[in-house]
Design a protein around this ligand. Structure first.
Ligand code: ZN
Ligand code: ZN
Length: 320
C-alpha cells in the first residue's frame, strides 16, 4: 500500500485515515488513488468509518456498494467487527485495482459480499459464482487467535481471509476466459475433482507428508481450488509487503546505511529516525493485517523524558 499526500496540509496520510493531522475530514478517492478534502463521502462513513468517497451524496463508495448483506447490528460487536472487515476489504480491493480489477476499465462482474455476524453456529466463509461470504466475527482478535491455534495455522487475519476468498472469485472470473482453464489445470490439477470429498479427506487424514515441497500451505493441498486461492493470496501478501516497504521505508530518515543507533549521541535524531522507521514498519504490518509493531504516539513531554533517559543510560555502567 502506498503512503498518501495530505491535500490540506503537511505530513502524510495513511490508507485508513478519516481526518488529516489538523482534524480536517478527508476521503479516499479510489479512482484517483488520492485523498481529497471534499464530500460526498461514503454513506457508511459514520457507522463503520469507511473513508472512501461516494459517486453522489447519500450513496455508498465503490467498495461498500459491493456488500449485499451486512451483519445484524443487534449481535454484540457485529458493527465493530464489520467495520474492521470492510477496512480489510477496501485494502484488498485497492490492491487489486493496481492490476485494474473492479475498476471502470474492468467490464467484468464485481464480487458481491455477504458480511455475516456469527450467532451460536459459525459462519462458513466461501465463494460461489461471484458471491463471497465472510464471517465478520473473524475480525475479532480473540476468536481469530483461538481458531488459528485450534487449526494449527501460522497466520490467520481478516485481510488474509479477504485475499483468499476474493482469489476464489478471481479464479471464477478468469475461468470465463477461453485461455485460462487448460493452463490452470496443467499447473494446479483438475479442479473438477469432488470438492466436498477432498475437504473431508484433508480434515480427516491431514495433508500429504510431502506437502511442503508442493504447496504453500497445508490447506492448499486439499484441492486445486484451495491451492489457487492460497497461492493467489500469498502473491497478494508478498506484493503488498514490497509496496509497503517501498512506500513506508523509502522516506526513512536513516542518516546513512551504516548508522549505529547505539552510537547516536543526539536523542532528537534517534527519535526522529525511530519514529520514521516504526511508522514504516507499522505500515508493512498493516499490509498483512497484523498489529502495529509500535502502537504509541510520542508527545513532546515523552520525547523530553526519552532524551533524559538516553542521556543517562548512555553514561553507561562505567560512571562516565
Ligand atoms: Zn464505503
Ligand atoms: Zn478457499
Amino acid at each position: 500500500m502506498k503512503v498518501f499526500t495530505n491535500p490540506v496540509g503537511p505530513g502524510a496520510l495513511w490508507f485508513d485515515n478519516l481526518v488529516a493531522a489538523d482534524g480536517t475530514p478527508v476521503g479516499y478517492d479510489p479512482q484517483a488513488r488520492a485523498f481529497v478534502p471534499v464530500p460526498p463521502f461514503c454513506a457508511n462513513r459514520e457507522i463503520i468509518g469507511c473513508n472512501w468517497i461516494a459517486p453522489e451524496p447519500g450513496a455508498f463508495c465503490r467498495s461498500c456498494a459491493m456488500t449485499a448483506l451486512s451483519p445484524k447490528t443487534s449481535i454484540p460487536y457485529a458493527v465493530l467487527n464489520w467495520a474492521k472487515t470492510e477496512a480489510a476489504k477496501r485494502w484488498v480491493i485497492d490492491n487489486l485495482g493496481r492490476w485494474h480489477w473492479f475498476r471502470p476499465e474492468d467490464s467484468g462482474t464485481r464480487p458481491v459480499f455477504n458480511m455475516l455476524a456469527e450467532g451460536p453456529t459459525p459462519v462458513l466463509m466461501g465463494h460461489a459464482d461471484g458471491v463471497v461470504t465472510i464471517s465478520v466475527a473473524e475480525a475479532d482478535p480473540v476468536l481469530s487467535t483461538t481458531r488459528r491455534e485450534a487449526l494449527q495455522e501460522p497466520y490467520r487475519t481478516m485481510i488474509g481471509h479477504m485475499r483468499h476468498e476474493i482469489a476464489h472469485m478471481l479464479w471464477w472470473r478468469l475461468s470465463l476466459r477461453a485461455d485460462f482453464l487448460d493452463a490452470f489445470r496443467s499447473m494446479f490439477g483438475d479442479e473438477r475433482a469432488d470438492y466436498q470429498a477432498a475437504l473431508q479427506r484433508h480434515y480427516g487424514n491431514g495433508p500429504p507428508l510431502d506437502w511442503r515441497q508442493r504447496f504453500l500451505t497445508s490447506y492448499a493441498s486439499a484441492h486445486p481450488h484451495e491451492d489457487w486461492a492460497e497461492t493467489a493470496s500469498h502473491l497478494l501478501h508478498l506484493t503488498d509487503i514490497c509496496d509497503s516497504v517501498a512506500a513506508g521505508l523509502g522516506s526513512s530518515e536513516l542518516p546513512h546505511p551504516r548508522w549505529d543507533p547505539y552510537a547516536e549521541s543526539d536523542a532528537g535524531q534517534l527519535i526522529r529516525v525511530a519514529v520514521s522507521l516504526v511508522m514504516g514498519i507499522n505500515h508493512i504490518n498493516r499490509s498483512m493485517g497484523l498489529s502495529d509493531v509500535y502502537p504509541f504516539v510520542l508527545s513532546q513531554t515523552a520525547q523530553r523524558k526519552l532524551a533524559f533517559t538516553h542521556d543517562w543510560l548512555r553514561r553507561g555502567a562505567h560512571g562516565r
